[in-house]
Design a binder for this molecule. Structure first.
Ligand SMILES: [Zn+2]
Length: 89
């Protein structure tokens, strides 16, 4: 049994072959979640990467204060607003 801290599923389990040839399970921290634009897929700014920062603190600290803030990027929003304005929506 590995040490208790490594038994948590918050650690990623990877199988790696050791120099002696046997397969061992190694433990790594999971990568932090990054918010992406729903349209173009670009990483969004102003959104915390850490899940625990999304749970605590005021809503204004969790995403930009703008239409679709934290959902689509400013470039895609700009294009969408232009299309909407020209279509008379
Ligand atoms: Zn975008």
């Amino acid at each position: 049994m590995v040490r208790p801290g490594l038994r948590s599923r918050s650690m990623k389990r990877l199988k790696r072959r050791s120099p002696s040839g046997e397969t061992r399970v190694i433990y790594r921290r999971r990568k932090k979640h990054v918010a992406h634009c729903m349209i173009c897929g670009r990483p969004l700014g102003g959104v915390p990467r850490d899940r625990k920062d999304l749970r605590k603190g005021p809503k204004t600290a969790k995403r930009p204060e703008r239409y679709f803030g934290g959902v689509i990027c400013p470039d895609c929003l700009r294009a969408a607003l232009k299309i909407a304005a020209r279509a008379g929506l």
